[in-house]
Design a binder for this molecule. Structure first.
Ligand code: MN
Length: 394
């Protein structure tokens, strides 16, 4: 079972990977089994051609919920059609599936926030006083969002340990991952308007996996008082396949109990917890299995909070969950937590030892979710390999 059955049908953008006869032309595809359905070809002479015969998903994203449902019904028929245009998935080049608009990253796992609080602020309260009243987030850099497989260059910058007399400059020595789940906005909202928790599904098109590469040494020195900056903005990788929200109905679960009860604009109207099981592999070895169902704040609450001040949204805007960490050691979603701030190195099955990432390391995040009738819905993997820092010219 591939996890890419008829009840999944995630969207992506592919090319045939050669530059002859237009083979490098980017077009929209849908993953089905081990193949990719060429929906740009199948949509010819249908009303959906302007949405599907495109090099990015943005026109489809902008079309809204009613059209998404109609397109999905058509795609389902094409997937059942033996004459449909399809290619072996392994042969294709996959691209960033949409033009990324604004990017917000949240911090919504109570286990992750508690762990990081203990590691970064051992003398204070692990959770900040606002944490259970609002989904904390920051605006990231959408221009550095890259598709799975893009090489990751080790960032350089300033760091200053607590005992260092002065900051030093150089390649990051505490390069980390954050295993996260991302959401892409389809139908946007105007400046001055809000998106209620109840309207989440009208605005959000689909779900993907995201690795928020993080330089802990840069981050620790720069983050007070305005939050993440260069420790995050050098690269963020996303999976190439966007799983439609419609494919995740069987994955919906009640979120954890909230205490204290949040303000009225953040109260759940429907259950938008999602029972995604994530898996992170480092150089092929599974190092953690974070459970997304344990997240304190749902994506519906995050979107409501993100727009409650009247901030607009546009097709292609993305927001990410924050690092997904469960309560157990083998469920933590970052090396910062897995190695407890670097103080407890982890040993991989091949005998290699890691606190943070070394040049040449490859990290892959995958996930599955319950589908209808006992099936599984797979997410496309997001993978990236660390390359050495570029010469600073200094
Ligand atoms: Mn993050």
């Amino acid at each position: 079972m591939t996890g890419f059955g008829i009840d999944n049908l995630p969207y992506g953008v592919f090319s045939l990977g050669d530059n002859t006869f237009g083979g490098d032309r980017r077009r929209i595809g849908v993953a089905h089994g081990d193949d990719v359905l060429d929906v740009s070809a199948m949509a010819q002479d249908t009303p959906f051609a302007p949405l599907l015969d495109a090099p990015v998903l943005n026109p489809l994203l902008a079309a809204g919920r009613a059209t998404w449902t109609a397109v999905r019904a058509a795609v389902r028929q094409w997937a059942d059609d033996p004459a449909a245009v399809r290619y072996p998935r392994a042969d294709l080049t996959l691209h960033l599936p949409f033009e990324v608009g604004d990017y917000v990253d949240f911090y919504s796992s109570e286990h992750h926030a508690t762990n990081v609080g203990k590691i970064f602020r051992p003398d204070g309260n692990a959770l900040t006083p606002n944490w259970k009243h609002l989904p904390i987030g920051y605006h990231g850099r959408s221009g550095s969002v890259v598709v799975s497989g893009t090489p990751i260059v080790r960032p350089q910058g300033q760091r200053k340990g607590p005992q260092d007399p002065a900051p030093v400059f150089g390649p990051s020595v505490r390069l980390d991952i954050e295993a996260e789940v991302g959401f892409v906005v389809g139908a946007g909202s105007e400046l001055g308007s809000t998106i209620d928790v109840a309207d989440f599904a009208e605005h959000v098109f689909g779900v993907f996996l995201l690795n928020d590469w993080s330089s802990r040494d840069l981050q620790a020195w720069e983050y007070v008082p305005l939050g993440p900056f260069l420790g995050k903005s050098f690269a963020t990788s996303i999976s190439p396949w966007i799983v439609p929200l419609d494919a995740l109905q069987a994955a919906r679960v009640a979120p954890p109990a909230r205490d204290p009860e949040p303000l009225p604009y953040l109260r759940d109207v429907e259950d938008w917890g999602l029972d995604l099981e994530l898996e992170v592999r480092l150089n092929g070895h599974v190092v953690t299995r974070p459970p997304f169902a344990s997240m304190y704040w749902t994506a519906a609450q995050q979107l409501a909070h993100m727009t409650v001040n009247g901030a607009p949204t546009r097709p292609g805007d993305i927001f990410a969950s924050g690092t997904v960490s469960g309560p157990e050691r083998d469920q933590f979603g970052s090396l910062l937590e897995l190695s407890w701030g670097g103080s407890q190195p982890i040993t991989l099955p091949d005998g290699s030892v890691r606190t943070f990432l070394e040049d040449g390391d490859e990290v892959t995040i995958s996930a599955t979710a319950p589908g209808p009738d006992g099936t599984r819905i797979a997410f496309g993997e997001v993978t990236g390999r660390i390359g050495p820092a570029r010469s600073s010219g200094a």
